[in-house]
Design a protein around this ligand. Sequence first.
Ligand SMILES: Cc1cc2nc3c(=O)[nH]c(=O)nc-3n(C[C@H](O)[C@H](O)[C@H](O)COP(=O)(O)O)c2cc1C
Length: 230
Amino acid sequence: MTPHATAPAVPRPTTGGATRPPTILALNGSERADGNTAAVLGHVAELAAGRGARLEVVHLAQHTILPCGTCGDCNLKRTACDVTDDVPGIVARMTAADGIIYAAPVHGFGMAETMQRFIERAGVGHLRFRRPLTNKVAGVIVTGRRYAHGDVHAQLQNNVLLNRMLLVGSGFPALVQAGARGDWRHDREGMDTVFRLTHRMIDMIELLRDYRRTTGRDLPVPHQNERALR
Ligand SMILES: Cc1cc2nc3c(=O)[nH]c(=O)nc-3n(C[C@H](O)[C@H](O)[C@H](O)COP(=O)(O)O)c2cc1C
């Protein structure tokens, strides 16, 4: 039996009381807290407010997120990463939200480094033990000038699925073409995908709340960590 087979059962996601407005936590993975990605998320916040929901944005660039060290023992440890920075606090905020949006620009045909660093530290160092994001409603938004948006979207989507979140289909993926500052405003089709994503996420959060309230039940959560197979 591997160490992971005895990991504690997955906790029920913390979704809060039904009277609390639906809350979506968005991670901005750009190194700029005032760039196109932030502006797109500002638009999401307005849409959410129109639905009585709340969008909180964590601009990762404003936090201390250290890179992985040389220890390399994450896959063997049964305890969270020892590095002291803002990652555990951000993970706690994600755990408290109803929905999660990963938003990141394309850099060098891949994911911007700030988001990549967070995904590595949070995923292997904290999320993998109990998968506390299970059944959160999730969305992915990618900004970039023109190239490789789909690759970054696929990577973030895999992270959503790994963490057992619920990815809502909303039409074309939310990919926004924006090179220079402010370009996001001119990509009508891209912003339409963001509009649809936001509404579908809130629809699904409300549906899950109704289900929980009327049935007193929750979506089942898997009891065993998939790492137990290794
Ligand atoms: C270092 C760097 C690399 C980039 N690489 C790409 C790329 O491969 N493909 C692309 O479409 N845009 C690329 N861009 C453009 C950004 O994705 C685009 O300007 C985006 O709107 C930036 O988002 P932000 O304003 O939120 O930082 C790159 C920008 C920088 C600074």
